[in-house]
Design a protein around this ligand. Structure first.
Ligand code: FAD
Ligand code: FES
Length: 300
């Protein structure tokens, strides 16, 4: 069992958990991911390693609750445990001193960008981070990202914090300076697609981290296959990072949607069972209060 040592909610849907997993913490590198299972019959959930502490033997994950498993995990807090925690998986980021690097994180993609930006900074690069979200309430880790950045640009779609624009606007301005040697873009598929399209005319190498649907995470099932430069690649063993100029994002995004009816059915069943157990708890509490009232009334 792997114990949850800490937990912070960043919004209604986004939360952070620190999990005790010394073997994973000892071996992991920026860019890698883990697969966890909440219980033995649970779904396998791939999640990027957002931070790690080798001394404490912990891994930090930041999760967006979107379906049954990520909502179930959201209910667990300090002292709870998950049954399986497999990793580190995937290839580490290529960290070299290349000059000036832009690290763009969109939404929950800010979490996986953090260890990469930190490693790039430690390798001697000038690091410019862009963190982007739909609105201010969805921003997190601004302080952590600022610590590892020479410059930090914040954007929100609605202008509630930082610049009111999409991540691609400051990215294009930076490309135009002619000073950028490498770009990392991590976030939703559509964000990574348009970041890659932005840098392509400037021929700036751009890494993206793909989140295709995974099952085993070991290269056996083929579930995570993507097309990169016309070749089939498995995200779990060949990635998750690839050259964004070569990725077929439209295929990736259509494959991500292939189980939506089943996922919706599973979420409806989960929410129904949650509502039923809440109602039962209220009923129990109500009966208990009525019984207490009866005792108090009788004794008066
Ligand atoms: C390498 C990798 C790293 C990831 N890192 C993070 C992260 O750091 N934080 C985070 O919030 N999310 C991350 N994800 C996505 C996360 O795994 C899915 O959101 C999660 O599995 C959804 O499960 P669910 O049951 O809650 O939702 P479901 O209702 O089952 O699915 C909702 C959507 O999530 C995606 N999804 C579902 N099952 C999987 C699966 N087995 N593998 C991949 N995607 C799936 C699909 O697009 C699906 O439409 C990562 C995915 C990959 C492949
Ligand atoms: S998840 Fe099965 S091959 Fe990658």
């Amino acid at each position: 069992m792997y114990q949850i040592l800490d937990r912070v909610d960043y919004s209604d849907d986004v939360y952070m958990q620190v999990i005790e997993a010394p073997a994973v913490a000892a071996a992991c590198q920026p860019g890698q991911f883990i697969i966890l299972m909440i219980h033995e019959e649970g779904e396998r959930i791939p999640l990027t390693i957002a931070d790690f502490d080798r001394e404490a033997g912990t891994i930090t994950i930041v999760v967006q609750a979107i379906g049954t498993s990520t909502r179930h995990l959201q209910k667990l807090g300090r002292g709870d445990s998950v049954s399986n925690f497999i990793g580190p998986l995937g290839m580490p980021s290529e960290i070299e001193n290349v000059g000036t690097v832009v690290c763009a994180g969109g939404g929950v993609g800010v979490a996986p960008i953090y260890p990469i930006a930190r490693a790039l900074k430690e390798a001697g690069n000038k690091v410019i981070c862009i963190m982007a979200a739909r609105n201010e309430s969805l921003l997190f880790w601004e302080d952590k990202l600022r610590e590892v950045s020479d410059e930090l640009i914040v954007t929100t779609d609605d202008g509630s914090r930082g610049r009111k624009c999409l991540v691609t606007e400051p990215l294009k301005e930076l490309c135009e300076t002619g000073d950028i040697d490498l770009v990392y873009a991590i976030g939703p598929g559509v964000m990574m697609k348009f970041c890659s399209k932005t840098t392509e005319p400037y021929a700036i190498k751009t890494f993206v981290s793909l989140n295709s649907i995974m099952v085993d995470g070991t290269g056996m099932c083929g579930g995570c296959r993507v097309s990169v430069g016309g070749e089939t690649k498995f995200v779990c063993v060949d990635g998750p990072e690839f050259d964004g100029h070569k990725v077929d994002f439209d295929l990736l995004m259509s494959r991500q949607k292939q189980y939506i009816p089943q996922e919706r059915k599973s979420l409806d069943a989960y929410l129904e069972s949650e509502a039923a157990s809440k109602a039962a708890a209220w009923h129990m509490a109500g009966s208990h209060a009525a019984a207490c009232n009866a005792v108090v009334t009788a004794s008066v």
